[in-house]
Write a protein that binds this ligand. Sequence first.
Ligand code: NAD
Length: 411
Amino acid sequence: MKALDGTRLYFNRAADHLELSEDMRRLLLTAKREVQVQVPVEMDNGQLQTFIGYRVQHNDARGPMKGGLRYHPEVDLDEIRALASLMTWKTAVVNLPYGGAKGGIALDPTKLSQRELQRVTRKFVDELHDVFGPNNDIPAPDMGTDSQVMAWIMNQYQRYHGFNPACVTGKPVEMYGAPGREEATGRGVGILLVKLLGRMGRKPQQTRVVIQGFGNVGSHTAWFLNQAECKVVAVSDRDGGFFNPGGLDVPAMVRYAHANHGSIRGYKEAEPISNEAMLELPCDVLIPAALGGVITSKNVKKINAPIIIEGANNPTWPDADDILYADGRTVLPDILANAGGVTVSYFEWAQNRQYYQWTLDRVRQELDRVLTQSFDAVWEMAQQRQVSLRTAAYILGIGRVSRATVLGGIT
Ligand code: NAD
């Protein structure tokens, strides 16, 4: 299955509940603009390498388009289209004044030097600076990109359009970033899981959690849940995972990864486990926080977790999602579960426009408020309509976007 087929299927289910016309569906499923660019860069060894970059601006009915920038070898137009549409529904579910977009470059950032990454990023902005902009389309970090990449984007954008820190979010705090942005997606995943456990009458102390991915989202999720007294029993990254049924020492693993270029490879204080086996461990909560398409009809029956929180975008294919729902499992969908990042990006953008910086406490408080309201709204919708949390979140998001489209007027 392609990523885009999956998001379309989820869209249409919610659109049926909303009784959206075929014309409105077609409008909402079509991207506003799609750009593909050539990114030729001289590598450190003097060779010329040409990368392909994408930016898909999906919808701006509710505000400027917002979405991450992904550096990964498997990036292609189909995936970026799917992720851009997810951003439209996500910003609407958490009721931020944004639309949705996504971008990416097909490359493996672990194989490039920092100087090469900087050249690629600046070249990409050279091609797209007229497409981006604080009132049009605001990039942010995603897989393979971080606050350093965002700082280069801000600096390169400034060469064309003058000083304007609101042109990109997820920047370093010393360079107009918001305190708490880096932790925000993982913290949001953690906040929402604790809310969900509360609704389900479960206690964090009796909750065993498995997390796939130990990058930005995975490591901050592990950190938050460890502090919330959940038992994080396994984590993994692209090189494999580690398991301890009694609970991992999360702070030690985070320190280890920091000292080891972000990787947990070679960690000695827990049992090694493969990524495939990890998904099937006995546990209470499984959190995919790396790639898309990791829960499929092939492995879904082997997954033991009764609760799945989608830290990653698009980790569950619809056929697997149907099986999970029929089995009575609870899936907190990506468009709500990982919305903490875009929420704090919105705070950063708002602060940049005022040249004012909030405290970390204020950022965390506001994040909690936005996610709590959104979680409650999705939960109520699911109860009211007797649908999964995913369909409920899509109904809420698509409903808001379609109303804004009609109110704005289509001529
Ligand atoms: P990241 O690059 O910081 O980390 C990715 C992690 O996944 C790394 O630990 C990497 O080793 C691991 N990984 C890569 N391939 C793997 C594989 N085959 N098996 C297991 N692990 C693998 O990326 P991130 O920002 O943490 O993003 C992770 C996911 O969360 C993506 O789906 C992204 O779209 C989504 N997301 C990120 C943000 C954000 O703010 N960064 C916001 C919303 C959603």
